[in-house]
Design a protein around this ligand. Structure first.
Ligand code: ADP
Length: 397
């Protein structure tokens, strides 16, 4: 407990943008988030209440961090499972706990568990040799998707395979490098959705409106809240599914269930047990943001209202291939001059190609114009280039 405020102390392992934005929400709850950051320039390390430097794979660093807080939570899923178990056995309060987190860390384990519980997902099997993929594809058909069971993110660790030759060309070297693999049917989908929910240790659950997520080269670039045209029945189905998964896996905190919408119904793609890119819109578009909700959940407070305040488009600001000559400060200046209603969330990171540097939210009816505006704004912030040819000193053409 913080002896000054009398409030419990939350510690977050990982100092990325999710911790940064959790800290932002923590301020309103009277908290000063403690962060275990790996590097000096970590996004949350620059702003959080108390920053401890240490690596999330170092048990001693984790233990001494956990000693100083009432509850430990996470901004990523990279803490080794055996460390999580050790800490839990030593009596530290981890939320979510090691059992829940194992399913966010390992896609094969997740597929097996969800299939065992009867949740819908694509057919899959473990891969320990090329033959496993050939046999699977013989039975289920090509094309398939090969995945690293652990350690993948933003499409890294996901390989579409179209033929036996693709499989033979790729799998031996991955196995040689020690990558644990699984293969799945390549799903023909209408689009990707995300069902974001929160669950408290008390057992309360709350679901936000279901959103559509748009990816480019495996990275989420745009989120539409709520998912346009999704029927009330489908929405309810997705929310129920996510709430039931949260309960079955004993999740504490925010859970994002990434879904494929197909002609035959919904399939689960992936789980994340922390605030998630698909929930960044909630910072401006929902009664309670995912960051505040995550804190409420890990503190076992009653959860906040999740209704939509306004439809929202979120667009990620991704680092340009070559950082532009124009300073970020000047880009912001021009952005605000052109679009005063854009809500900007920057992560305080150095620019690198493809890196998630921030996001923008735009509130209003989800028209093509609003989506275009979000896309223009996000691209401008990282590239200093207006995709529609707008000239900053002459205005709209
Ligand atoms: P990551 O952990 O990198 O986010 P995912 O498992 O979510 O990896 O896959 C990244 C993207 O690859 C998904 O958003 C989806 O577009 C595509 N994908 C993944 N699995 C399948 C599948 N079985 N069928 C079709 N596309 C898939």
């Amino acid at each position: 407990m913080d002896t000054r405020t009398g409030l419990p102390v939350v510690g977050m392992v990982g100092g990325g943008q999710l911790a940064r934005m959790t800290h932002q929400a923590a301020i309103s709850l009277g908290q000063s988030l403690r962060v275990l950051a790996a590097g000096e320039h970590d996004s949350a390390g620059l702003v959080a209440g108390e920053v401890v430097y240490g690596h999330h794979t170092d048990l001693e660093a984790l233990r001494s961090f956990a000693r100083g807080v009432d509850v430990v939570t996470f901004d990523h899923e990279h803490v080794p499972g055996e460390h999580l178990l050790t800490l839990a056995n030593e009596g530290f309060q981890l939320r979510p706990g090691p059992y829940a987190l194992s399913f966010a860390q390992d896609k094969l384990l997740m597929r097996e568990r969800l299939a065992g519980l009867g949740f819908p997902g694509p057919p899959f099997t473990e891969v320990t040799g090329v033959e496993d993929v050939l046999k699977f594809a013989d039975a289920r058909g090509w094309p398939v998707v090969l995945k690293a069971a652990r350690g993948g993110y933003d499409g890294k660790g996901v390989w579409p395979l179209d033929s036996p030759d693709d499989a033979r060309g790729l799998i031996p070297e991955l196995l040689e490098a020690g990558t644990p693999l699984l293969v799945e049917t390549r799903v023909t989908m209408r689009r990707e959705l995300s069902a974001l929910v929160a669950r408290s240790p008390f057992g309360q659950g709350a679901a936000w409106p279901v959103v559509e997520t748009v990816q480019s080269a495996g990275i989420n670039t745009e989120v539409l809240a709520p998912a346009p045209g999704l029927t009330a029945r489908r929405t309810q189905e997705a929310q129920d599914l996510a709430l039931r998964i949260a309960e079955s896996l004993d999740v504490a905190g925010v859970l994002a269930v990434e879904l494929f919408e197909t002609d035959g119904g919904l399939l689960v793609n992936e789980l994340a047990m922390r605030p998630h890119n698909s929930g960044h819109w909630t910072m401006d578009g929902s009664a309670t943001s995912q960051f505040e909700q995550h804190l409420r959940a890990v503190l076992d407070y009653p959860l906040g209202a999740t209704e939509l305040l306004s439809p929202t488009v979120m667009a990620n600001v991704l680092g340009a291939a070559t950082p532009p000559a124009m300073r970020p400060d000047e880009r912001l200046h021009h952005l605000f001059a052109r679009f005063p209603d854009v809500r900007v969330h920057l992560y305080g990171k150095g620019e690198r190609p493809g890196r998630k540097l921030g996001h923008v939210n735009l509130l209003g009816e989800l028209t093509p114009r609003l989506r275009e505006k979000a896309r223009l704004a996000a691209h401008w912030l990282s590239h200093a280039e207006w995709l529609d040819g707008y000239e900053i000193h002459r205005g709209e053409r």
